[in-house]
Design a protein around this ligand. Structure first.
Ligand SMILES: Nc1ncnc2c1ncn2[C@@H]1O[C@H](COP(=O)(O)OP(=O)(O)OP(=O)(O)O)[C@@H](O)[C@H]1O
Ligand SMILES: [Mg+2]
Length: 379
C-alpha cells in the first residue's frame, strides 16, 4: 500500500482500439525454470512501451518470442487482432511485420548506407530509393547515403540501423537495449531523435532496457519485470510515484527506509505518526522516502520546524558528509534518535559542514508505506 495520492492512471486504451501488439499469458521454461512467467501486455499503434527490469529477468526472452526466433510454452500473441502464434500455430518471423533493433545491430559491412537501409525493401526501384532518402534525412544522415559502415561513427551506424529496421514499415518495432553501446551524451541525443522518428512512423514499440532513466525518457508505458513476471505496469509518473512494493520503489532511485510497527492503525516514528490503515497491530512496516523528497531545515537554537499534518514531526540529524554531484548535492545524515543514516539530495550547491545539526521531515504525500517483507503480521 502507499500513502501517496497518485494521479489517476489514464485509461491506456480510451478508444478501445485493437492493440497493435497483444501478448497474453506467455510462459517460457528453460531447464524446469519459468524465465517468462504469465506475461501479458498490449501496445497501441504509436505507443512506446518499455519492458524494464534487472539483468536476467526475462526481457530479451520475451522479445525473442514476439519476434518469432524463440517459442513460448504457453500463451498467445496477436498483432492487429490476428493470431501470430500460440503453442500450436506459429507464423514465421519474416511474416510478422516486426522490425528488430538490438545492441549488436551489425550493419552489412560490404553494403553502402543506402543498400543497408534498402535491404528489406521490395517494390519499384524509384519508390525504394525515395523511402531510403526520406528515412536517412529524418535520422539526419542524408549526406552519408553512399558511405560505408566503417566510415561512420557508432552513433551514426546506430541511426542507419534504425532506418534499416523501419524501412519496410513494420507494425511493431522490438528494440533490445539499442542504445547501450553509446556514450552518455550521444545516447540522450540519439534516444530523442529515435523517439521522434518512431512516433512519426506510428509503429508500436516495445523497448527493452534495464535503465530506469531510459525507460522514463522513452516510454508512454512502463512494464516493470522481475523474476519473469510483470510486477507493475503503467505510465512513468504512476510507476515512479506509486510503486507496488519496496523493490519497485528502489529500482528507480536510492531510497531511505524507516522501520516501524503498527499500533491502532498508526505507526509511530521519530518523524511523527503515519497512517497505516488496513494493517494489523504489531505488523512491521517500511516507510520509504526518496532522497530528493526529504525536507531539510536548519537548526534554530536546538529547535526544528513546527509539526504539521502534511509533514509530521521533524527529526534531528547531524551532517555526516556532503558531496557535490554536478546537478545536485548529496547530503548524508546520521539521525540523533538511533544513529541510522539517511540521504538527501538537493538540486543546488548545498554543502554543509560535517557535524552541522539539521532537521529532517517526511511529507506524508511523498512517502510509501509497505508491510516489511518477511516482517511481522500484516492484515
Ligand atoms: N536458450 C536458453 N537456454 C537456457 N536458459 C536461457 C536461455 N535463454 C535465456 N535463458 C535464461 O533465462 C533468463 C532470462 O534471460 P533473458 O536473456 O531474457 O534476460 P534479460 O532480462 O534480457 O537480461 P539482460 O538485462 O541481462 O539482457 C536468464 O536466467 C537466462 O540465463
Ligand atoms: Mg537481455
Amino acid at each position: 500500500m502507499t500513502l501517496q495520492t497518485a494521479r489517476p492512471t489514464p485509461d491506456p486504451n480510451p478508444t478501445n482500439m485493437i492493440p497493435r501488439l497483444d501478448i497474453r499469458r506467455i510462459d517460457r521454461v528453460f531447464g524446469g525454470r519459468k524465465v517468462v512467467d504469465d506475461v501479458s501486455l498490449t501496445v497501441l499503434p504509436g505507443q512506446v512501451t518499455c519492458l524494464l527490469g534487472p539483468s536476467g529477468c526475462g526481457k530479451s526472452t520475451t522479445l525473442r518470442i514476439i519476434a518469432g526466433v524463440d517459442r513460448q510454452d504457453a500463451g498467445e500473441i496477436r498483432i492487429d487482432g490476428q493470431l501470430v502464434c500460440d503453442t500450436v500455430f506459429r507464423l514465421p518471423p519474416e511474416r510478422r511485420s516486426v522490425g528488430l533493433m538490438f545492441q549488436d545491430f551489425a550493419l552489412f559491412p560490404h553494403l553502402s548506407v543506402a543498400e543497408n537501409v534498402a535491404f528489406g525493401l521490395t517494390g519499384p526501384k524509384a519508390a525504394r530509393r525515395a523511402r531510403v532518402e526520406d528515412l536517412l534525412d529524418r535520422v539526419a544522415l542524408g549526406r552519408f547515403i553512399d558511405a560505408y559502415p566503417h566510415e561512420l561513427s557508432g552513433g551514426e551506424q546506430q541511426r542507419v540501423a534504425l532506418a534499416r529496421a523501419l524501412a519496410p514499415r513494420p507494425k511493431i518495432m522490438l528494440m533490445d537495449e539499442p542504445f547501450s553501446g553509446l556514450d552518455n551524451r550521444l545516447r540522450d541525443e540519439i534516444r530523442d531523435q529515435t523517439l521522434q522518428v518512431l512516433k512519426d512512423e506510428g509503429a508500436a514499440v516495445l523497448l527493452v532496457t534495464h535503465e530506469p532513466d531510459e525507460a522514463m525518457r522513452m516510454a508512454d508505458e512502463i512494464a516493470l519485470m522481475r523474476g519473469g513476471r510483470i510486477v507493475q505496469q503503467g505510465a512513468p509518473y504512476n510507476i515512479y510515484n506509486a510503486p507496488v512494493d519496496r523493490a519497485a520503489a528502489a529500482f528507480f532511485s536510492d531510497i531511505n527506509v524507516i522501520r516501524g510497527r503498527v499500533q491502532n492503525l498508526l505507526t509511530e516514528t521519530p518523524f511523527g505518526k503515519f497512517l497505516t490503515p488496513g494493517m494489523a497491530d504489531g505488523a512491521e512496516v517500511d516507510i520509504i522516502i526518496r532522497p530528493q523528497h526529504l525536507r531539510i531545515d536548519f537548526d534554530r537554537n536546538g529547535r526544528g520546524p513546527n509539526p504539521t499534518a502534511e509533514e509530521g514531526v521533524a527529526a534531528r540529524a547531524c551532517v555526516e558528509r556532503a558531496r557535490f554531484m554536478g546537478s545536485e548535492s548529496l547530503v548524508e545524515f546520521r539521525m540523533d534518535h538511533d544513529g541510522s543514516a539517511l540521504r538527501a539530495t538537493v538540486p543546488a550547491v548545498f554543502l554543509p559542514q560535517p557535524g552541522t545539526p539539521m532537521w529532517l521531515t517526511i511529507r506524508r504525500d511523498r512517502c510509501f508505506v509497505f508491510p516489511r517483507e518477511g516482517g511481522g503480521r500484516a492484515a
